[in-house]
Design a protein around this ligand. Structure first.
Ligand code: ADP
Ligand code: ZN
Ligand code: ZN
Length: 737
């Protein structure tokens, strides 16, 4: 027997639960997730979408009714998105309903804006009827007809009612009598950007070559692989994207461009609008539900052809999707933090394969995961190694902060950096200062020698907990806090305490009269805070822009000739095996901010670990060397993407219950995997061990074969659902590692 899970109304506010139907013998093999089917529902026959198939059901057989038939005809965008949701539910371990809610724009009860135009069906008949009404003293009807005859064209219903002062019933009866017609169309709440359209810029030779290579890959038989475009900062990746989008439009197809929310600035928007005018639309988190829904409707109706937006724009229901571009593909914002915890790159590739579309991933600093796929030939790698117009990459200089300390300079600004800042201020050029605060919480560092206390088993930093213990978040290893550096004996060991405010004060003391703009979580709070600071700095209202990670992304400041990185290695201390990758990305992106205009730039990188490969290669923007070093590290320790990992995240208000529960899960893993091929690490507290009074723990499972992990997850889910003890513990699975 085969059963199908069917959703009855996919657009309703609270997507109801799927119903189970029997797949009749003759439809076996044809009924798949995404199919539209006719089903008996109460006493009617209605349409539904198949969201899953099963060989078994817990329901009594006599209450299950069979599917009546398959609705054939053209596949809709919706049915393909339903199929995508079914894939997401399987791959990321979520319920089908949650996946559907993520993928399908939910029909919110927003007032849709309707446009109603009233017109005369026949002028002659209308004149005759007006005369008749006059005789009979049907004054209201007569006024309406005369008004329309006068206007000579269709009139907005609201305007007509006001001008002739008639109630709606008059129009309704005139319509019934066949005198007038009413044209109803829907008006979209469009996000309109006014920009002049410009002819496309001419491609540089390197850009041209990239475009041709990609076209070649995609025009062959078999569809062509996803492409990873590795282009240094300033190489002009956006222009390559636009050429390929233009190709898709020329074929009558549509395109989706994903960019990190933070990079969705006015600058970006203008570039797209200048090229594609009102064929392009934008999604961002500040749109209202109604605006979002209307954007999706406009896309479905073919009124727009390009959707630019963050992660969720991936689910734009275009009828003939041709291309999905993911810019800055290494960004962590492409991992969803909510159920289903999907990974946008992977999901884009799945969607593209369902719809015969292409995928292009672009970055100056590709994720290790994507680069590995490119090296294995799963993706095609295309490189652009030069900045546009031969703008030079900035000169970089690494300053060893241990040496500064020895010299007696205990300030967070090295002598070299102070010198260069003074020089730029004198020349009236601008400066970006980046205070790396990633990995700031919890790790223990020596201020004299830069030593970080690490787990002896996992090569990640230990995290200091409030009870004074240092704990590894991977394996649970614990030790006492230290007050003397085990390497150099210095007492200057502990958590680091520097914030942007302190640095601002220091700058003002060192350089009296300097104008500093601060950009961090505090100053960008509220609507448009981020944008305001960027605009003000671009307008030259400050000499120095000082900030956290958010200043390194996407901005093009043409007068910036110096970039200073205050604590390059801080992000290496994150209790996470990806800390090297993040550090490399932050540094390469930060360095890439200098010298984007006509004047050459320079970057100064202050660090305690000048010989660390991520720092060294990040400073030089040498991605290839970084990648080689990083992947061999992951190889040795079996970390992804070489091995696969599954994180089992648990949380509960009761710490003891949580600990026992997680321990039981670990034992259960041993039972379902008697040969011990699954490697379990933990359970240990999560990096943030308690949130809103809920304790949080994590256990990692690793295996070289991802399928084994998916299987293990299914077993664990069953185990949790049948063991009442877990009612107070919630377990989630995070595969986005
Ligand atoms: P990336 O995204 O690779 O860092 P951008 O696409 O932002 O680079 O391009 C960097 C700068 O160079 C932008 O100001 C862009 O307008 C300019 N640029 C790139 N290619 C061209 C071109 N072919 N013609 C004119 N300007 C270009
Ligand atoms: Zn030390
Ligand atoms: Zn460990």
């Amino acid at each position: 027997m085969q059963y199908a899970e069917v959703i009855v109304d996919i657009a309703s506010d609270k997507l109801d639960k799927p119903f189970t139907y029997l797949v009749p013998e003759e439809l076996r093999g044809q009924v798949k997730p995404g199919c539209r089917v006719k089903i008996p529902f109460r006493s009617r026959t209605i349409m539904g979408y198949v969201v899953g198939l099963a060989e078994r059901t817990d329901l009594a057989p006599e209450i299950i009714r069979p599917i009546e038939g398959l609705v054939t005809g053209e596949e809709t965008a919706d049915s393909r998105l339903v199929a995508l949701a079914a894939w997401m539910a399987r791959t990321y371990g979520s319920t089908t309903i949650r996946a559907l809610k993520t993928v399908l724009p939910v029909r919110k009860k927003v007032k849709s804006v309707e446009k109603r135009q009233v017109f005369l069906r026949d002028r002659q008949e209308a004149e005759a009827y007006a005369a008749f009404c006059q005789k009979r003293h049907y004054a209201a009807k007569e006024r309406v007809l005369r008004f329309l005859l006068d206007q000579g064209e269709a009139v907005d219903e609201g305007v007509l009612k006001k001008e002739t002062n008639v109630p709606l019933s008059v129009l309704t009866s005139l319509k019934k009598e066949g005198m007038i017609g009413i044209d109803v169309s829907e008006e979209y709440r469009r996000v309109v950007w006014n920009a002049k359209k410009y002819p496309p810029e001419e491609l540089s030779e390197e850009q041209e070559r990239a475009v041709e290579t990609i076209r070649g890959e995609w025009s062959g038989t078999g569809g062509g692989r996803p492409v990873l475009l590795e282009g240094v900062t300033g190489s002009g990746k956006t222009l390559v994207y636009m050429e390929l989008i233009a190709d898709a439009l020329a074929r009558g197809q549509q395109a989706i461009v994903l960019i990190p929310e933070i990079a969705l600035t006015y600058q970006t928007v203008l570039r797209f609008v200048a090229r594609f005018g009102d064929r392009v639309s934008f999604l961002h988190s500040r749109l209202s539900e109604g605006e979002k829904y209307d954007q999706m409707r406009a896309a479905r109706a073919g009124d727009i052809s390009i959707m630019v937006g963050p992660r969720s724009a991936l689910f734009t229901p275009f009828p003939h999707l041709g291309l999905i571009i993911i810019d800055e593909e290494h960004e962590t914002s492409y991992h969803s933090e909510q159920m289903p915890r999907y990974y946008a790159q992977e999901t884009a590739i799945e969607r593209a394969s369902l719809e015969d579309a292409h995928v292009l991933l672009g970055s100056a600093t590709p994720s290790v995961r994507s680069m590995r796929k490119a090296r294995l030939g799963v993706y095609l790698l295309v490189k652009m190694a030069h900045r546009y117009a031969d703008a030079r990459l900035p000169e970089t200089e690494i300053v060893d902060m241990k040496a500064e300390m020895k010299k007696g300079n205990r300030s967070i600004l090295s002598d070299r950096l102070k010198e260069e800042i003074g020089d730029r201020l004198a020349k009236r050029e601008q400066i970006l200062l980046f205070l790396n605060r990633r990995g700031y919480t919890g790790c223990v560092t020596c201020r004299s020698c830069g030593k970080v206390i690490k787990c002896p088993h996992c090569d990640v930093s230990l995290v200091r907990h409030r009870d004074g213990r240092l704990i590894c978040h991977y394996c649970g290893f614990e030790m006492d806090d230290v007050d003397v550096c085990p390497d150099c004996g210095s007492r200057e060991i502990g958590g680091l305490t520097v914030g942007t405010e302190q640095v601002e004060d220091l700058l003002k003391k060192e350089f009296p009269g300097v104008r500093v703009l601060r950009m961090d979580a505090d100053t960008t709070r509220g609507k448009g805070g981020h944008e305001r600071i960027v605009k003000s700095f671009a307008a030259g209202e400050a000499d120095i822009l000082l900030g956290t990670q958010m200043i390194v992304k996407g901005h093009d400041f043409h007068n910036v000739t110096l970039v200073g990185v205050l604590l390059a290695d801080l992000s290496l201390n994150e209790a996470d095996y990806r800390s090297g990758e993040r550090t490399y990305q932050l540094l390469a992106q930060a360095v890439g901010r200098a010298g984007r205009g006509a004047k050459p730039g320079c970057a100064i990188i202050q660090t305690y670990r000048p010989d660390n490969y991520a720092v060294l290669f990040g400073a030089r923007q040498n991605y290839t060397s970084f990648y080689e070093a990083e992947i061999s590290f992951r190889n040795v320790l079996g970390y992804p993407p070489v091995g696969s990992m599954l994180a089992v995240l648990g949380s509960s208000e009761d710490e003891k219950l949580l600990k026992t529960g997680m321990q039981y899960l670990k034992k259960y893993v041993g039972r379902i995997d008697p040969k011990g091929t699954l490697h379990a690490i933990g359970p240990a507290p999560q990096s943030v061990g308690k949130v809103k009074d809920r304790y949080r723990m994590v256990m990692y499972l690793s295996h070289t074969d991802e399928k084994q992990l998916i299987l293990a997850r299914e077993y664990l889910e069953k185990y949790i659902s049948v063991n009442p003890g877990y009612a107070h513990i919630t377990i989630e699975f995070d595969q986005n590692l």
